[in-house]
Design a protein. Structure first.
Length: 221
């Protein structure tokens, strides 16, 4: 079977779920491995699902991580959804544990990371989200993958209606179509973001050599 092998985290989430569907339909993807706490419920000849309880321990998945061409890291949690220590663990420690384990056995993979607008690699921001995402970005760049693409979307518009996780999202969803006409770079639809991540992972970002992709860059892709 020709094509590239993709490993994906966060496949039951908004962006990760979109990315999974894009990969399964993409002619340049031969196989997708989705790692998560629970099944996506999707059945496809390309898809292998691996359940994991401890996202800081990949010692039992060395064979699974081998020979991967692209990693799409979409695992995360909304600010305020969990206590700060757990938020840091999920945002930073989980990311680094996965990336280090993948690099040991698939050092040639391209790594696409779902970060967020305002991420601060100096870790001086007052916002915990910015500090932890920035620290994760910095760690990923330092690992040595040949290509690291860091996606910093603003507001992510959920194309498929859902129960919104917090007040900001409940307010933003009905306003986004109007605001987007005036300020097109304020956000990006979830499906467009997923397509951009898959495209970058498979084929790179063209002439853009900066690993940081802000909202405007994502929309361009």
């Amino acid at each position: 079977m020709s094509g590239k092998r993709v490993i994906l985290t966060g496949a039951t989430g908004m962006v990760g779920g979109c990315a999974l569907r894009v990969c399964l339909e993409h002619p340049d993807v031969s196989a997708v491995t989705a790692i998560g706490r629970r099944s996506t419920g999707i059945k496809d000849v390309k898809l292998t699902e691996i359940t994991l309880d401890d996202f800081k321990d990949y010692s039992a998945l060395s064979d699974v991580l081998q020979n991967q061409d692209v990693a799409l890291y979409c695992l995360g949690v909304y600010t305020g959804a969990v206590p700060d220590d757990l938020f840091r663990e999920i945002t930073l420690d989980y990311t680094v544990a996965f990336a280090e384990s993948l690099y040991r056995v698939s050092p040639g993979a391209a790594f696409c990371f779902l970060s967020g607008q305002g991420a601060d690699q100096t870790e001086k921001s007052r916002a915990s989200f910015a500090r932890y995402k920035g620290a994760a970005e910095k760690a990923l760049i330092a690992l040595g993958f040949p290509r690291v693409h860091i996606f910093r979307p603003g507001y992510i518009y959920p194309v498929t209606p859902r129960k919104e996780p917090n007040l900001m999202y409940r307010m933003s969803r009905p306003l986004y179509p109007l605001i987007n006409r005036i300020y097109p770079n304020v956000g990006v639809p979830s499906e467009d973001l997923a397509r951009a991540m898959v495209r970058a992972g498979l084929h790179g970002t063209g002439g853009n050599e900066n690993p940081i992709l802000e909202n405007r860059d994502i929309r361009f892709l």
